[in-house]
Design a protein around this ligand. Structure first.
Ligand code: NAI
Ligand code: OAA
Length: 360
């Protein structure tokens, strides 16, 4: 067994002590603590991206943080919330995976949490209770998203932003307005996360077809609320046909998947575990694209010219700078065309609501 000289061993412990406080929280004004800590571990040159999660102590935030800690593409993971980050950070930081984890608590530490980030994932905000629509969350969540995006514009204006907070149909336009006002808006870097609709669609369609959900790919376009969620069942892969009854059943279940979970949780919140899974699936696609992997296509709610609306969810090709191409909707059948017209009416109102809130 090789022994380290005593002075080296002391140095190593001193280094850990210098960068660790009881909660693994970032305590320094200038963020140097977390950056030094990361560099120590990354001395070998392990490639990886810096990711911040805003709302990391919440129902989505906690499993999302855990799953991102496992992701080999992540070298530094910053966990920010207005409550409970010390416990979540201490807990997750003990996992023996590569990413260095640092916690940030309260608004004073928000800008530090964001410095140098490549990807920012935002699951901050209140969830629905039974009887509520996603739009009922607007009054609280709009302000939260605005504040967080103002800090992103200051600290990491070039980061890719994955926005989860509801109502996504309005919060993405709010984020865009905040970035425009700050002069940092890059439409290709702002993505509303609609991946849970795709995950649900794949699952429910696979059930009907008797297939493994991993073999199924259902494009879901439009937005992320009720009738704005438009599954394109005519474009399912592998190519499949459905009876009118199956189409009604699947469309309704996909559009109301969120409500199904809200009602089952009976007041204890909305989807958190499946959402964390979907968020990681989407974030991983963004990181692989940032790394330079080719041919990564996912559905997301983005600044778009696919319809006459300024924002729309559809398949996008991801690359080193975020959204590199927005794919056309492809051929729709009569049922889908009718659904699209209804979706667009509701979406237009939600987009306008977000824009006028942010411009106030
Ligand atoms: N895009 C999608 O597909 C989905 C979106 N959601 C939405 O995600 C959001 C979060 O849901 P849950 O995690 O279940 O809620 P939660 O209440 O369990 O967690 C939210 C977290 O946000 C934190 N938070 C509140 N204000 C904050 C601020 N100003 N800065 C940073 N953090 C702040 C809270 O302290 C809490 O830890 C909700 O708006 C929900 O509707 C939920 C499921 C799917
Ligand atoms: O339904 C909700 O309020 C949460 C959500 O967006 C979803 O589960 O799709």
């Amino acid at each position: 067994m090789s022994m380290q000289p005593n002075s080296d061993a002391n140095d190593r412990i001193a280094r850990i002590a210098a960068h660790l406080n009881p909660h693994n929280l970032n305590m320094e004004e200038n963020n140097s603590c977390s950056l030094m800590s990361s560099n120590c571990r990354l001395k070998g040159g392990a490639p990886g991206f810096k990711v911040a999660i805003l709302g990391a102590a919440g129902g989505i935030g906690q499993p999302l943080s855990m799953l991102m800690k496992i992701n080999p593409l992540v070298s530094v993971l910053h966990l920010y919330d207005v409550v409970n980050t010390p416990g979540v950070t201490a807990d997750i930081s003990h996992m023996d995976t590569g990413a260095v984890v640092r916690g940030f608590l309260g608004q004073k530490q928000l800008e530090d949490a964001l410095i140098g980030m490549d990807l920012v994932i935002i699951p901050a905000g209140v969830p629905r209770k039974p009887g509520m629509t996603r739009d009922d969350l607007f009054n609280i969540n709009a302000g939260i998203v605005k504040t967080l995006c103002e800090a992103i514009a200051k600290s990491c204006p070039k980061a890719i932003v994955n926005l989860i907070s509801n109502p996504v149909n309005s919060t993405v336009p709010i984020a865009a307005e905040v970035f425009k006002r700050a002069g940092t808006y890059d439409p290709s870097r702002l993505l509303g996360v609609t991946m849970l609709d795709v995950v649900r669609a794949n699952t429910f369609v696979a059930e009907v077809l008797g297939l493994d959900p991993r073999e199924v790919d259902v494009p879901v376009v439009g937005g992320h609320a009720g009738i704005t969620i438009l599954p394109l069942l005519s474009q399912v892969k592998p190519p499949s046909s459905f009876t009118p009854k199956e189409i009604e059943y699947l469309t309704d279940r996909i559009q109301n998947g969120g409500t199904e979970v809200v009602e089952a949780k009976a007041g204890a919140g909305s989807a958190t575990l499946s959402m964390a899974y979907a968020a990681v699936k989407f974030a991983d696609a963004c990181l692989r694209a940032l790394r330079g992997d080719a041919g990564i296509i996912e559905c997301a709610y983005v600044d778009s010219k696919v319809t006459e609306l300024p924002f729309f969810a559809s398949k996008v090709r991801l690359g080193r700078s975020g959204v590199e191409e927005i794919l056309p909707l492809g051929p729709l059948n009569d049922y889908e065309r009718e659904g699209l017209e209804k979706a667009k009416k509701e979406l237009a109102v939600s987009v306008e609501k977000g824009v006028s809130f942010a411009r106030k």
